[in-house]
Design a protein around this ligand. Sequence first.
Ligand code: GRF
Length: 195
Amino acid sequence: MSRKRVGILISGRGSNMQALIEAAKAADYPAEIVGVFSNRAAAPGLALAASQGLATGSLAQSQFPSREAFEDVMTRILESWEVDIVCLAGFMRILTPEFTLHWAGRMINIHPSLLPLYKGLDTHARALADGATVHGCTVHFVTPGLDEGASILAAEVPVLPGDTPDTLAARILVEEHRIYPEALRMLASGEISAH
Ligand code: GRF
């Protein structure tokens, strides 16, 4: 079995990154994690990745004259790792249409809502403010429209009385860590594709 080479983009703690790393340790998993890139050098997930011997890189967009120049270097780093698939895992930068099209069908994201509901930020607070009784998370292909690409897998969780954004986030994170590795498995194995 030839395993797909995966690069992960993060900005923060990297718990979804870690879930992907753990899944890829299984001998029959169709992908291997080859590198982790962050737009924040201080992202805890970056140190976590490095401590496990993974290649890491970080660059701040502020070091570049434009979003495009930053993304060009990001693509060069991912290509130097010979990445087949890019996983966004809490990567907190809006990507240009050009970057998403360059990786079309090969880049996926985990979003903390049941898409198409609650695209963008603060999903848990917005779901609570709406009185939602069900909330969840979605893994989807990345396309030019923010959080608009085709869904691969979603998981629902109940909203419970007394939930706060933090308690709801914690309940959903458990599901994120379950469905993200499964969605990557589906893409890397060829079971699904964007077309
Ligand atoms: C997760 O809630 C994910 O859904 C969102 O950003 C958060 C990242 O958390 N896109 P972590 O860095 O994977 O722990």
